[in-house]
Ligand binder design. Structure first.
Ligand code: GTP
Length: 360
């Protein structure tokens, strides 16, 4: 059995306003907090103890997941009063680990959806006798990621965080946010201060000549840091593009949770989720979107690749395409929100159809 540390304490600023009231790993994807999908995958990989490294809105995790008995695993919660960064969080979690000094410990970012064979990553780490093994994936545009070139044997040659110029883009292999650490490497991270594992720990280990192994694997991988990626991940989970045993139902073109109401004549598709108590009125179309609990879509509205927060309301004939509407926001009739628009929680946008009819 292997232990794992899940990093779930970040502020999730790129996902605002969804993360104003809910930490990113607790935002529902395909009907359950995203973290539930990650825990299910870890369980399937043979992990029996997970340390959740919390900080931002730390209090919401334990009431939902408890001690893990319902999931068939043990969960331990640790909390940094102030976020200590990825490395600081991993070091804080060390106090709750039970593995021996040379045992492998899995470490995962809490916002990664992947089809990676996690147990195989651990096997390769053991076989290579590496200090740290990193899952690497290939992306078309690596500028927003940490680049990790390797030699023919997989040995890591360098770390370049978020390259700025073309001369720095030496590979399309990027850090996929899933690692296997030898336990004693975690213990050596400085305690009690902010540390970035990507900017400080890994480059430091490399400079000291440690064996860092990169395993390139191109199975499904998505970083849910941005709203469009989050919505995509939810739709892929609903449609079974990436299978998850935490999906509350069977894969299909949409998922309607108990207590939701979808009127006759409404059209759902593309992996849409209609959350508990949410409503979709007649003649509305909802494609590839996430409607959180209690969100309401009025008649004739068109929602595509968007996320509607808890209790958000979309007026008649309004178009919401590639946008995020925060919890409790009200978008009046006839509006058009497109291409990355974010409506803050509890905002009220008036009906435009009413204004046009009197102004024009
Ligand atoms: P952004 O603010 O949008 O960049 O998101 P983020 O705060 O989640 O940061 P990032 O995506 O870089 O973090 C990667 C993973 O590490 C996420 O799962 C975060 O929850 C987690 N994380 C980041 N910083 C900390 C921290 O200081 N403490 C803990 N416990 N986890 C962290």
């Amino acid at each position: 059995m292997t232990e794992a540390v899940l990093l779930v304490g970040g502020r999730g600023t790129r996902l605002r306003p969804l993360t104003v009231n809910t930490p990113k790993p607790m935002v529902p994807a395909a009907g359950v907090p995203f973290l539930a999908h990650q825990l299910a995958r870890l369980k399937e990989a043979g992990v029996d103890h997970v340390v959740l490294a919390t900080s931002y809105l730390a209090e919401v995790f334990e009431p939902y997941f408890g001690d893990g008995t319902a999931l068939g695993m043990r969960l331990t919660y640790i909390t940094e009063d102030e976020p200590l960064g990825t490395g600081g969080a991993i070091r804080s979690a060390a106090d709750a680990l039970e593995s021996g000094p040379s045992d492998p410990v899995l470490v995962l970012n809490g916002d990664i959806l992947t089809g990676l064979d996690i147990a195989d990553l651990v096997r390769r780490h053991r076989a290579a006798g590496a200090a740290v093994t990193l899952h690497l994936t290939r992306v078309e545009d690596p500028r927003a990621f940490g680049l990790v070139p390797t030699d023919a044997t997989g040995r890591v040659l360098a770390f370049t965080e978020k390259p700025t110029g073309p001369d720095e883009i030496v590979t399309d292999q990027v850090n996929a946010g899933c690692y296997v650490f030898r336990r004693d490497v975690i213990d050596a991270i400085p305690a009690g201060r902010a540390v970035s594992v990507e900017r400080e720990t890994f480059p430091g280990l490399l400079a000291d000549g440690a064996h860092l192994l990169g395993v390139v694997d191109r199975t499904y991988w998505l970083d849910l840091g941005r709203p469009d990626a989050f919505v995509q991940a939810s739709a892929d989970l609903v449609r079974g593009v990436v299978p998850s045993s935490a999906l509350p139902g069977t894969p299909g073109e949409y998922l309607v949770l108990p207590g939701a109401r979808v009127a006759e004549g409404a059209k759902l598709g593309g992996g849409t989720v209609v959350g508990a108590g949410a409503e979709v009125a007649a003649d509305a179309v909802v494609e590839g979107s996430v409607l959180l609990a209690g969100a309401r879509v009025a008649e004739g509205a068109w929602i595509g690749r968007s996320l509607l927060g808890a209790g958000a309301r979309i007026g008649p004939r309004t178009v919401v395409d590639g946008a995020v509407v925060g919890d409790g926001a009200v978008v009046g009739a006839g509006n058009e929100l497109r291409g990355g628009v974010r409506v803050w929680c509890d905002t009220r946008l008036p009906d435009v159809s009413v204004r046009f009819s009197s102004d024009c």
